[in-house]
Design a binder for this molecule. Structure first.
Ligand SMILES: *Cc1c(COP(=O)(O)O)cnc(C)c1O
Length: 373
């Protein structure tokens, strides 16, 4: 089976992890945690980074760091992996969903202001599938209404707007290093925090509110959301090779685009975005214009029979059982339509040109069968 997206480890990762094992520094102390945070800061040209266990807890810490909770409202795209929505609910705030754009599946900034009330505290902008959200507009709206901005950049590390990296626009940005993400530490996450004060608060929340390790002095309620030195060692190696990974992913995108160029049944996502928006490729994504749910299942099954692991796009947030009942509006035109008509194609770092050619050939054939028989 050609996998959807598997991690690729370079020599650096192996060397660094081996060192952790040889020296015994395998837990959440050791030089690689600080190095990963420092390297991450350097790459993004920011000051304050915090390594954590995964992106979901990074989002929880971001909301808690900004004192968001019961009685507050937070704006979130109607189409995203469930984490940001779940964490908004988890801290006790109200989840306010906003539909997404057709061209890049990012939050539709034209709808945001109509959802702002006196209780709104923050906007979570998810940079979707490698495409930057419209941060200029989002930050302008946030400034006008005195809201915080959290960028969930789990899927789009390395993308930029006008040369400025995503993750550096808002008050806080969060990252995931899960196995299928652009860079991976197995499980893992990171926060970029703009304010030093909030940075210090989140660092305490990460580690039991501990201010004196030797004397066991705790200053506040907290968690254990630490990353291990071994994960950070992986992260250092992956980050060192990030440009290599992004270059290869770009080639994957270009090759798929070339072989699918004449397929009239699909749109390749993102559709044209503004020139200053530099996208990266996480998973190669297509929207199948006229497919119905039954035929999409058929397509995915037939691709599987050919040894190709295609994936359905995530479902709209409002589809989740625990969210359905909360929403006064549960239908979002674009989120609903794109969710059920889109699929991702295998996009691992080590996929070969031959494999891409084969996948495109199968896809062209299957779609022809579906629409022309
Ligand atoms: C993967 C992902 C997450 C969750 O990341 P974990 O590290 O698995 O917790 C959150 N948000 C988005 C947008 C994601 O794609």
């Amino acid at each position: 089976m050609i996998p959807i997206s598997e991690p690729f480890l370079f020599k650096d990762e192996k060397k660094y992890v081996h060192e952790c094992i040889q020296t015994g520094w395998i837990s959440s102390q050791g030089k690689y945690i600080k190095k990963f945070e420092d390297d991450f800061s350097e790459y993004h040209n920011t000051k304050y980074c915090i390594a954590v266990s995964n992106c979901t807890v990074a989002l929880q810490l971001a909301l808690m760091g900004l004192d968001i909770g019961s009685g507050d409202e937070v704006i979130c795209p109607a189409l995203t992996f469930i984490s940001p929505a779940n964490m908004i609910l988890h801290v006790g705030a109200k989840l306010v969903l906003v539909d997404v754009n057709k061209n890049d599946l990012n939050i539709n900034v034209d709808y945001i202001e109509s959802k702002i009330t006196r209780k709104t505290k923050a906007i979570i902008a998810v940079h979707q599938f490698g495409s930057p959200a419209n941060m200029k507009k989002i930050c302008r709206i946030a400034k006008k209404h005195k809201l915080f901005v959290i960028e969930d950049n789990a899927e789009s590390i390395g993308s930029s707007i006008g040369g400025k990296l995503t993750g550096t626009f808002g008050d806080i940005a969060t990252y995931s290093f899960f196995g299928n993400k652009i860079i991976s530490t197995g499980e893992g996450g990171m926060l970029i925090v703009k304010s030093k004060k909030i940075f210090n608060k989140i660092k305490l929340l990460r580690d039991h509110g501990l201010i004196d390790k030797e004397k066991y002095i705790h200053s506040r309620i907290g968690f254990n959301f630490r990353m291990t030195n071994m994960q950070a060692a992986l992260g250092c190696g992956q980050l060192k090779n990030l440009n290599k990974i992004l270059d290869k992913k770009k080639t994957i995108f270009e090759n798929y685009s070339k072989f699918l160029k004449n397929n009239k049944y699909i749109n390749i996502l993102p559709l044209k975005t503004e020139k200053e928006y530099k996208c990266v490729t996480w998973l190669f994504t297509i929207y199948i214009k006229k497919i119905n749910k039954k035929n999409r299942e058929l397509l995915i099954n037939n691709m599987k029979k050919n040894g190709i692991d295609c994936r359905r796009m995530i479902r709209p947030v409002a589809d989740a059982y625990h969210i359905r009942n909360l929403q006064s509006v549960s239908h979002f035109d674009v989120a609903d339509d794109f969710s059920y008509k889109s699929i991702h194609l295998p996009s691992s770092f080590n996929i070969t040109l031959e494999q891409i050619k084969f996948i495109a050939k199968c896809l062209n054939k299957e779609l022809k069968n579906i629409f022309e028989k």
